[in-house]
Design a protein around this ligand. Structure first.
Ligand code: IPM
Ligand code: MG
Length: 358
């Protein structure tokens, strides 16, 4: 059956990293005779400029009927003063919520050849391979009531951190199963020493752990987990946490590898339809210079093939080609150590040659 892929390059370097990714996808479609239709639409600031909304209805409708969405990055100074509804970032949250993309997988792994790009010492960081499983459609990001009260003295603002049992169970299931496929360790992160919602989160996950005797479950408080990620990141295999804590921890974990330009992510619904995006943002400061690292986006395509398009072998071929690309010494500007680097627009041909050669 024909599969639908929606391409949303977005703003800034989102557009630049999407181009080589689509070249690689087109090559794979041809080489492996894949039955895919690809449509491309504007989102974020680009969509706001075009039609006054960061996430126009036709984009949302197309997203709902697609098997996989490739999302570049959104945002930029030009749109910073808009109200929240009109801001480019709102496109992301709307897509996550409307498509029920509750499971956000954020792998942070280090190519040992790049360990000198990490701010941490080699002995601490070598072989880093962590998967952060972040809850993405609940918690304080979406909890009601929320608001700003401006007619009181003093005025105030508030949000609600709320999780029901089912929301915790479905994200925990993904996390336990991921740990089973990896090294069998799961660390759940919360603030159970302070928050009721976290105490509840902890009790639900502990209860579930009886169904996964092959997974070693531990719990850490979010502040300690942030410190442990920097002190001894290799103690972690899979980390599961709420929307807010997962947001913070995944930036820390990504930064450890020294190259956020290398890290992909997947956001999945119950049936493994998903949206795939690099962990980096739209980086307006370097947009337009052909220097962005497209590996995170290309690696996100690999995750799309693996999780939503059922093409594990082709996905592995991309991963192997990326690893060989690094081993052979190809470097984009963000990860070069000697000022020699290849441009964004030169990466696709290299990766395609490496896939073809395998
Ligand atoms: C992320 C980002 C988003 C988030 C922003 C852009 C809304 O930081 O995907 O991690 O907070 O989820
Ligand atoms: Mg974030």
């Amino acid at each position: 059956m024909t599969k639908k892929i929606l391409v949303l390059p977005g703003d800034g370097i989102g557009k630049e990293v999407m181009k080589p990714t689509i070249s690689i996808l087109s090559f794979l479609i041809e080489k492996y005779n894949l039955d895919y239709v690809i449509s491309e639409m504007n989102v974020g600031g680009a969509a706001f400029d075009e039609c006054g909304s960061p996430i126009p209805n036709d984009v949302l409708e197309e997203a709902k009927v697609s098997d996989a969405i490739l999302f570049g990055a959104v945002g930029g100074e030009k749109w910073d003063n808009l109200t929240w509804e009109l801001r480019p970032e709102n496109a992301l949250l709307t897509l996550r919520k409307e498509l029920n993309l509750f499971a956000n997988l954020r792998p942070a792994f280090l190519f040992n050849d790049l360990s000198n790009a990490s701010p941490l010492k080699k002995e601490i960081i070598n072989d880093l391979d962590i998967l952060i499983v972040r809850e993405l459609t609940g918690g304080i990001y979406f909890g009601e009531p929320r608001g700003l009260v401006e007619d009181k003295d003093p005025n105030y603002a508030f949000n609600t951190m709320i999780y029901d049992e089912n929301e915790i169970k479905r994200i925990a299931k993904i996390a336990f199963e991921s740990a089973q496929k990896r090294n069998g360790k799961l660390c759940s992160v919360d603030k159970a020493n302070v928050l009721e919602v976290s105490k509840f989160w902890r009790s639900v996950i502990t209860e579930m752990s009886h169904n996964y005797p092959d997974v070693e479950l531990t719990h850490q408080l979010a502040d300690n987990a942030a410190m442990q990620l920097v002190l001894d990141p290799n103690q972690f295999d899979v980390i599961v946490s709420s929307n807010l804590f997962g947001d913070i921890l995944s930036d820390i974990a990504g930064t450890l590898t020294g190259s956020i330009g290398m890290l992909p992510s997947a956001s999945l619904d119950n049936s493994f339809k998903g949206m795939y995006e690099p962990c980096h943002g739209s980086a307006p400061d370097i947009a337009g210079y052909d220097v962005a690292n497209p590996i995170a986006m290309i690696s996100s395509l690999s995750m799309a093939l693996k999780f939503s398009l059922d093409e594990q072998e082709i996905s592995s071929k991309i991963d192997t080609a990326i690893a060989t690309f690094i081993q052979k010494g190809f470097r984009t500007k963000d990860i070069t150590t000697d000022n020699n680097f290849i441009k964004t627009s030169e990466v696709a041909d290299k990766i395609i040659d490496l896939i073809d050669y395998e």
